[in-house]
Design a protein around this ligand. Structure first.
Ligand SMILES: Cc1cc2nc3c(=O)[nH]c(=O)nc-3n(C[C@H](O)[C@H](O)[C@H](O)COP(=O)(O)O)c2cc1C
Length: 338
């Protein structure tokens, strides 16, 4: 057990929040496959105030996901406080504030990464959020706004002063978007000076990298986003490596079992709508396997769930034998909300 502030986790490898991706069925699946914590995609605090069906659906989770955090974003203190209270009432283990989103629509209103431009004002809002609930409040930030304002040190200090439980940090500035490389040296510097736990994030695509980032930079945990979409076994493998066990080999049986489980969770949650989600995941999982291009082309035209999963079983049963690992060097999902 690792104690990160007031939250206990089994080990230091966890799934990053991703909009349209870390929904309840995928979080449940990744908890089962050893992400030590899961966090929802960002949900608008202003939207929570209006409690539309769509917003409330994003906040649903199942018991198997615990420990689970729900991530909110917004610029209005009153709505952020109310959103924290809703998250607490729903029974989540913690509430995470998105302070890393670089998307213009979000930053223009002063939310996401824009909030860190004024750490003093941010401190007042965080203080109100922390005081409004009993569950821990966590935050997810970037290194700064741009090369001239890399103020994560200040943001972490402000957060620690008001009792934020931990800080997740994606090693890029807002201006960088998803370009360049995550600056792990900077993350290491933040960790060295931080009085509260720091979770490092950015560009981890293998178990070897996960363990080496964890050990080299002294962070309390590492968060993996896109890497888990192409290798959903990355948390298990990282844990194996850290524990000195042989790293789990991805066999056809193992992958087909995972697909079966994911199919079940998706159907349970989304019914017929699960087809759209399933297509995306199957396409990502196929990266590097022979015939992946043709498989992807096919997947997006298959009209029924039945046919889709049958095609996937057929593809992976054969393809699993050989994976061209150069897929790891290809740019992948170069945009998102954090
Ligand atoms: C498609 C996509 C959606 C994302 N959505 C969110 C989000 O809702 N909240 C958030 O804090 N970060 C979000 N992110 C950022 C990730 O959590 C993570 O910080 C980033 O992808 C870097 O980590 P990685 O290289 O391991 O993917 C998103 C990233 C992607 C690619």
């Amino acid at each position: 057990m690792l104690r990160l502030g007031s939250i206990e986790i089994d080990h230091p490898f966890l799934l990053a929040p991703m909009a349209g991706i870390t929904n309840s069925p995928f979080r449940r699946l990744m908890r089962q496959y050893q992400s030590s914590v899961v966090i929802s995609e960002l949900v608008s605090a202003n939207g929570i105030e209006y409690a539309s069906d769509k917003t409330m659906e994003l906040l649903k989770f199942v018991e198997q996901e615990r420990p689970v955090g729900l991530q909110i974003f917004g610029e209005d203190q009153t709505n952020l406080v109310k959103a924290c209270q809703v998250v607490e009432k729903l029974g989540a283990n913690f509430v995470d504030l998105n302070l890393g989103c670089p998307v213009p629509k979000v930053v223009k209103k002063g939310a996401g990464s824009a909030m860190c431009r004024n750490p003093q004002m941010l401190g007042v809002i965080l203080d109100a959020m922390v005081k409004s609930v009993k569950i821990p409040v966590t935050i997810k930030i970037r290194t700064g706004w741009d090369a001239n304002l890399k103020n994560a040190h200040e943001v972490v200090k402000v957060a620690a002063d008001v009792g934020v439980n931990w800080v997740e940090i994606h090693g890029r500035t807002r201006a960088q978007g998803y370009s360049g490389e995550a600056d792990w040296d900077f993350i290491g510097e933040i960790k060295a000076k931080s009085p509260i736990p720091i979770i490092g994030n950015g560009d981890i695509v293998s178990a070897e990298q996960a363990v080496s980032r964890y050990k080299t930079y002294g962070v309390d945990a590492v968060m993996i986003g896109r890497g888990a979409l192409r290798n959903p076994f990355i948390f298990e493998q990282s844990l194996d490596l850290l524990s000195g066990r042989p790293v789990k080999v991805i066999t056809a049986e193992a992958l087909l079992l995972l697909l079966e489980q994911q199919r079940g969770y998706l159907l349970e949650t989304f019914g017929e709508r699960s087809l759209l989600h399933a297509r995306k995941f199957l396409a990502w999982y196929s990266s590097g396997y022979p015939g992946a291009g043709a498989f992807r082309g096919k997947v997006f035209h298959i009209p029924t769930n039945e046919e889709l999963w049958a095609t996937a079983h057929e593809f992976f049963s054969v393809a699993i034998k050989k994976r061209d690992m150069s897929y790891l060097d290809e740019p992948f999902l170069m945009g998102g909300h954090g």
